[in-house]
Structure formats: structure tokens, C-alpha cells
Design a protein around this ligand. Structure first.
Ligand code: CDP
Ligand code: MG
Length: 750
């Protein structure tokens, strides 16, 4: 039914590489939103999309009695502060009917699996039920989320429902951000944070209940927590573990947790009609935009949810669609365009939950975060191009890459389901039915089977778990990636030749970041440049601070060039931060220099946390007064594996395995001709690009990692053009002696 659309001018290549004007657009959205809010004030009564639940209650008395039914007396004080419509909303959720059953099941069982459609109230309600029933008297009620945004947005919502300020009774913790206090009873957090907590408190003694939410996402952290919490529960009969899932993996989870009971929350779903594309689409962005316009012009009321793969695509689509709608002016109904992705400021994000104003349609461009982690009401149409960005570990290159890949059938069905929450809906699949049936995999592969495990294995080793092969993974990772991770950690000297955790490794495990970064950070404390390194690493761990509006690219680039350090991007980042600091962290500085103030502020927070960690671990904080050699050689101590040597005018080859790579055009080293560089990561677009590149002296490679590199035979280190080659390192030579201690069991199993 979906007709093939003519190919437009916008192609995938046109999209890559450009940094789009998200703030500019956010401003536009803000403006249109203000106008609409004005309108809404006068029109509230006949707002068609106002929450249905409000309508179920004829009068205040109805609400009040419902309210009292759901609360025990001690909590009434909160009730006074809670607005009634919220309470009515809470009671309209499918999970509410199961409230008593759920609470009893949790009381009676140490493990419980809960399955329910997205939006049935699992995440926001179950924690509150348990709190209302007194579970929090014996410890915090913790709830993990695979995504940061979900943790924050859900915590906000629940704080609102409970009637407290965020961070008081209800709070959240994500990496480098802690919004909790000593009175927090309900705590949302990323699964990675809980994984970090388990390291220091294997019994989870602060918690009474832990809800492993969104377990179907099968993130590494959740998978590892499955096993670790099983262990904690064995030693703590009072601890309760709840696993929730939106799909029907329930039996598998139940089997893993000693065949624990499975509770199903009956869904409230409507049929969704699926429309497939009749032929494969070459350019899904263009098709997506056309489909959205088609729906907006021809279809009845209801909002549209579009699944794209990432921020860049989403920003572009919002931008292009905005322009198209503007050109059409009053000839069509108003269209409110909203983006949703993790890096979005939370003010913009919370807008997606606001009801759509009357006489207006909302279209939301989202990453797969909207598949299950967050629920947006009022969606009638889903547009699914069939792709998502998947973080995939490439064992050959020893690194992770974000690759745009086809989704699984399970994901496609999950996306489709988003259209059937408020009424019968439609799902536009921008791929053929045969692609769905024959090319898509039935289920998504768990992260643990496709990602780099270095950090995870370091953590487990730090917890004293040496026998990784008998570790109770629900789905064990492939042997090659375990060996790869062990090798990685050995090369970083976090493990010794016997595969045991070294002193350095123990210290590294305290830092919630990839091992190469923690290694460089720790090295900086003994080399007298930890102040500078912590700045650089903070800047690397936030979104790009450079703002490049489309209409002022040249000017923005010129400003950026003024920060460029001749030796490359790491020192450039240091420059930006230090100059901002010297300007008293001012906003004007950011505006004048085309810098994202929000990202810089976050970098400042991260730095503060890192300095706190240094203090806690009694590591010294020191400044080398900008000694660029000390700083760069310290970076090399973490990133020596990411080294490349120049081969031609523009091309480099990685030293460890000879992959052809190039300096990314956005790098300050673009067009410079240093012989040896290190890079932070590789980005695969039209070719393999190095991003965040710094020129180095090759001798530092051998100095930092004599077990990894050597100066090639016949040439001396002092010669300027010394050739550095990878040592086919001890790991592989020695592997039998220590790999055995870690890996013997797999061999036996296999
Ligand atoms: O976890 P589950 O998908 O079962 O549902 P939930 O996240 O608890 O959402 C229940 C309801 O709360 C939905 O109707 C959401 O729209 C609403 N909600 C919200 O208004 N704001 C949030 N930040 C999160 C949820
Ligand atoms: Mg949820």
C-alpha cells in the first residue's frame, strides 16, 4: 500500500559528518510550544488527547475514595501534596489492578518475573506500591534502567507522583550524577551504576528490593547483575529481586531464577495494521519524511512516532520537516515536531510527555529508546525504517563500533505495538514483508555476546571472581571475546601473566570508565599531570562541546580553530576547558566561541567527580603547568594500542594490525603530517576515521608498553625515523600458562 516515493536530494552521505543545529531548533520548538500553551489555556476542556483517565472520575469525591483505597494511613501526608489527577492517572494503569497480587507475590517470593506491555506502569508504579507497603523501611527500593534518560525521566515522574522534590524521597543515580539523599527510599539508576555498587557491597545491604527493569534489553550490566544478585540473594533471604520484561522472555528469566513465578500484567492494547513497503527503500530518511507528511495530510487524528538510529538523523529530520511544513503554511494542520534521544536536554525531553494541544498533531523522532524504555501516550502511527545503531565489538580491531544495522523481528513488533496503546493504530514498515520474514533475526543478540567485555571482566576480577568460565551468565559470551578482553587487560597491565588482578587493575576497577581511560588517569597521578588528564578525560566523556550551526559553520570553525593545539585534539580540549575556566566558566564565553555551555558544564561535573575519586583513593592531584610532552606520553600509556603510523600523504595505518585509517576532518590534526599519532576511537562512515587524534613521539609507545611494542630490528631508538612494530606479545606466547588458569574450563566444556 505504501507507494514508492521519488528519491529526494537528501542522502545518507549528506547526513554524515555535519553537526546540526539542535539548539536553534529547540528554540523554534520552544516558541511554537509557547503559542500552543497559550491556546491550550483557553481550550482545555475539549482537548481530545487529555488523559483518558481523568474522564473516568466524575467528581472529586470519586477520586478521593480511590485515593484512600490505595494508600495506607502513614502516607496520607504525601497525598495531601499530590494532585488528584495524577492519582487518577495512576489508578488507570493496567498494573494498578494487580497491585495487591503483586505486593503479595513479592512478599512471598525472593525472585519474581513480571511481564507487561510497555506503558502498563511497571517502572513507575511497582516501586511506589512497595514503598507504600513498607518495604522501604528495611532498605532502599532500587530500580535499574539500561538507559540514563529513562532513569532520569522516570525518577522525575515518580517524584511528582509521590509529591516530593527529586532527590529527596525519590532520586536517581547515573554515572557522574547523583540525585539522591540519605532519605531516598526509591532510587532509579542505570544498571551500570548498580554494577559498580555491587563491587563494593556484594550483599547489596542498602537495598530491600531490587527491580531489574527492562531485562529484555539484555545489557551487559543487567546480565552481570543477574548473576551477582543471585549470589547476594542466596546470602540474604530478606532481599527481593524483581525482573521485568516487556517481551515474552519470561520463561527463560524464570528458569534462571530457580523457576520463580511469572506474573503477567494484562495489556491494554488495540489492533495495529501493518503496512509494508512494496520495494526496498534506498534512502530511508527521505522515505521517512514523505511517510510522515503523507500521514499528517491524509490520516485522522493521532500522533506519530518515528524510529531513527541516532541524534544526527533525528536532528536532520526535524530540521528538514520543519522547513517543509513551514513552506506549506496554513494549508495544513499544525505539526509539532519533537526529537527524543539520550543527549537531549531534559527540558526538551519532558515536552514529549505533555499532551498534544488541540488542532495539532505531534510527530516524535526517537531512537530505539522509545521502543520500551519510555512511553508516550497518544501515538496512533508508527513509522519504522527498520534500523538501529548497534554497539558492536570488533575483536579483530579490538574496539567497539556503532554500526547502523537492521533491527530484529522482536524489535519491529515492539515498535509496532507503540501504535496500539490509545486506540487502533497503523504501523508503516519502510521495508518489505519479505525482508521482515527472511532477513531480520527473530531476536536481538544480547550485548554480552557482541560487545567488548574488558570493563566487565575487570570488575568481576576485582570482585574476586576468577573463574569466569563457570560464572553463571544467562547466555555466556563467546570465548573469543572473553579471551580478547583478558588480553586487553593484560596489555594494559591490569592483569598479570597469570591472569590475576594486578594492583593497578584493582585501582582501575574503581573508575567507571573504559580501562584505557582509567589506566591513563592513574598514570597521570604519578607523572604529575592528573589535573590536566582529568580535564581531558572529562571533555572526552561528554558530547562534543563544539557548536556548529548550519548557517554559521565557517564562523564556528574559525572560532574552533583558535583553540586548536598544534599537537592535536586532546590538548585542544584542554585549551577549551582552561580558557572557559579562566573566564570564570561564563556563559558569554560559550556563546562567543560557539561552545555548548551545557556540555561544558557536564564536563566540569565529571571532572569534579574524578577529582573526588582521586581523593578517595588517595591519588595525588597535580598540574604539570601544561607540559605537553608529559601530558601526551601519559595519554599514550592508556591508548598505546590505538596508535597509527603515516603511510602516505593522507593515510595512516594502525600499528597493531595495519588497518588503513585517516584523520577525521573535524580533527585539529586534519591536514597535518605527523608520522605517529594516537586516537581515541575509530568512526566508520565513508571510511575508517580516527577521532580525537594526538601527535606522539613513537619512543613513548615502547616506553609505555615494552610488552606490546618494540623498535624494529636493525634500527635504533635514537634514530628519528625509528620504526615501531607490535611485539607478538607475551600474551600469545605465554597464553597457555595463564589463559589456562582462566579458560581451562571452557576448553573442557567444548
Ligand atoms: O514501565 P512501563 O513501560 O510498564 O510503564 P511506565 O514507564 O511506568 O509508564 C506508565 C505511565 O506513566 C505511562 O502512561 C507513561 O506515559 C507515564 N509516564 C509519564 O507520564 N512520564 C514519565 N517520565 C514516565 C511515564
Ligand atoms: Mg518501564
Amino acid at each position: 500500500k505504501l507507494t514508492k516515493v521519488p528519491q529526494g536530494s537528501l542522502t545518507r552521505t549528506a547526513l554524515s559528518g555535519s553537526n546540526l543545529m539542535s539548539e536553534h531548533r529547540a528554540e523554534k520548538i520552544q516558541k511554537s510550544k509557547e503559542v500552543e500553551n497559550e491556546r491550550r489555556k483557553h481550550n482545555l476542556v475539549d482537548d481530545p488527547s487529555s488523559r483518558q483517565s481523568d474522564l473516568n472520575y466524575k467528581n472529586k469525591q470519586d477520586c478521593l475514595s480511590a485515593w484512600e483505597r490505595s494508600r495506607n494511613k502513614e502516607n496520607i501526608e504525601y497525598g495531601k501534596r499530590t494532585s488528584l489527577p495524577i492519582q487518577a492517572q495512576r489508578e488507570s494503569l493496567p498494573v494498578f489492578k494487580m497491585r495487591d497480587l503483586l505486593v503479595d507475590a513479592i512478599r512471598d517470593n525472593q525472585f519474581l518475573v513480571i511481564v507487561g506491555e510497555t506503558g502498563s506502569g511497571k517502572t513507575t508504579q511497582i516501586t511506589q506500591y512497595l514503598d507504600e507497603e513498607g518495604f522501604s523501611k528495611n532498605g532502599i527500593i532500587g530500580c535499574t534502567q539500561p538507559r540514563r534518560v529513562a532513569a532520569i525521566s522516570v525518577a522525575k515522574r515518580v517524584a511528582e507522583e509521590v509529591g516530593c522534590r527529586l532527590g529527596e524521597d525519590v532520586g536517581y543515580t547515573i554515572r557522574f550524577e547523583n540525585e539522591t539523599s540519605n532519605r531516598t527510599r526509591i532510587k532509579y539508576m542505570t544498571d551500570g551504576m548498580l554494577q559498580q555498587e555491587v563491587l563494593v557491597d556484594p550483599l547489596m545491604s542498602k537495598y530491600s528490593v531490587i527491580l531489574l527493569d527492562e531485562a529484555h534489553e539484555r545489557t551487559i550490566a543487567t546480565d552481570v547483575l543477574f548473576a551477582l544478585l543471585k549470589g547476594a540473594a542466596a546470602r540474604r533471604p530478606d532481599l527481593r529481586i524483581i525482573v521485568t520484561s516487556a517481551t515474552l522472555d519470561a520463561e527463560k528469566f524464570s528458569a534462571y531464577f530457580f523457576n520463580c513465578p511469572v506474573l503477567k500484567i494484562p495489556g491494554r492494547t488495540f489492533p495495529v495494521e501493518v503496512l509494508y513497503s512494496q520495494s526496498p527503500q534506498l534512502d530511508y530518511i527521505e522515505t521517512t519524511l514523505d511517510t510522515v507528511m503523507e500521514i499528517h495530510i491524509n490520516e485522522g487524528r493521532g500522533d506519530i512516532l518515528v524510529f531513527l538510529t541516532g541524534q544526527e538523523e533525528i536532528d536532520t529530520c526535524c530540521e528538514v520537516l520543519y522547513e517543509r511544513v513551514k513552506t506549506l503554511g496554513d494549508t495544513i494542520q499544525e505539526l509539532l515536531i519533537l526529537p527524543v534521544y539520550s543527549a537531549l536536554p531534559s527540558e526538551v525531553q519532558s515536552k514529549i510527555f505533555e499532551p498534544t494541544p488541540p488542532n495539532c498533531r505531534k510527530v516524535i523522532f526517537a531512537t530505539n529508546i522509545a521502543e520500551t524504555s519510555i512511553t508516550i501516550d497518544g501515538i496512533f502511527y508508527v513509522v519504522d525504517p527498520g534500523f538501529s545503531k548497534v554497539n558492536t565489538y570488533n575483536p579483530r580491531m579490538g574496539m567497539e563500533q556503532l554500526i547502523i544495522s537492521p533491527i530484529s523481528q522482536a524489535q519491529a513488533n515492539q515498535r509496532k505495538g507503540r501504535a496500539g496503546r490509545t486506540g487502533a493504530g497503523k504501523c508503516y514498515r519502510l521495508y518489505t514483508e519479505s525482508a521482515f520474514l527472511n532477513e531480520m533475526m527473530p531476536n536481538t543478540i544480547p550485548e554480552i555476546q557482541r560487545q567488548n567485555l574488558s570493563y566487565t571482566i575487570l570488575m568481576l576480577k576485582a570482585m574476586g571472581i576468577n573463574d569466569l568460565l563457570n560464572f553463571e551468565f544467562m547466555d555466556p559470551p563467546p570465548r573469543v571475546s572473553m579471551v580478547g578482553a583478558l588480553e586487553d587487560l593484560y596489555n594494559l597491565q591490569a592483569l598479570d601473566e597469570e591472569g590475576k588482578l594486578s594492583k593497578l587493575g584493582a585501582l582501575m576497577s574503581q573508575f567507571p570508565m573504559e580501562p584505557a581511560l582509567s589506566k591513563a588517569l592513574i598514570a597521570s597521578t604519578s607523572r604529575g599531570c592528573s589535573d590536566e588528564l582529568s580535564t581531558i578525560i572529562s571533555m572526552l566523556s561528554v558530547q562534543s562541546v563544539f557548536y556548529r550551526p548550519r548557517d554559521k559553520q565557517q564562523e564556528a570553525d574559525n572560532k574552533k580553530a583558535r583553540f586548536h593545539h598544534p599537537y592535536g585534539d586532546h590538548l585542544t580540549l584542554l585549551n577549551v576547558y582552561n580558557r572557559w575556566r579562566d573566564d570564570n566558566f561564563s556563559k558569554t564565553f560559550c556563546v562567543n566561541n560557539y561552545l555548548h555551555e551545557r556540555h561544558l558544564k557536564r564536563a566540569k561535573d565529571v571532572k569534579l567527580q574524578l577529582v573526588g575519586l582521586f581523593k578517595k583513593l588517595r591519588l595525588s592531584i597535580s598540574n604539570s603547568s601544561g607540559d605537553v610532552d608529559v601530558i601526551r606520553s601519559t595519554l599514550v600509556s592508556g591508548f598505546f594500542r590505538n596508535a597509527a603510523k603515516r603511510e602516505s600523504q593522507t593515510g595512516y595505518k594502525t600499528i597493531s594490525d595495519g588497518t588503513s585509517v585517516a584523520v577525521h576532518p573535524s580533527s585539529s590534526l586534519f591536514g597535518k603530517d605527523y608520522d605517529y599519532v594516537i586516537y581515541h576511537s575509530l568512526v566508520l562512515t565513508t571510511r575508517e576515521y580516527m577521532s580525537f587524534v594526538t601527535a606522539i613521539d613513537p619512543r613513548w609507545l615502547v616506553e609505555s608498553a615494552p610488552h606490546y611494542y618494540k623498535v624494529s630490528d636493525g634500527e635504533s631508538e635514537s634514530r628519528k625515523k625509528a620504526k615501531i612494530v607490535p611485539l607478538h606479545n607475551k600474551f600469545s606466547q605465554n597464553q597457555d600458562s595463564w589463559r589456562l588458569s582462566s579458560l581451562r574450563q571452557t576448553k573442557e566444556k567444548a
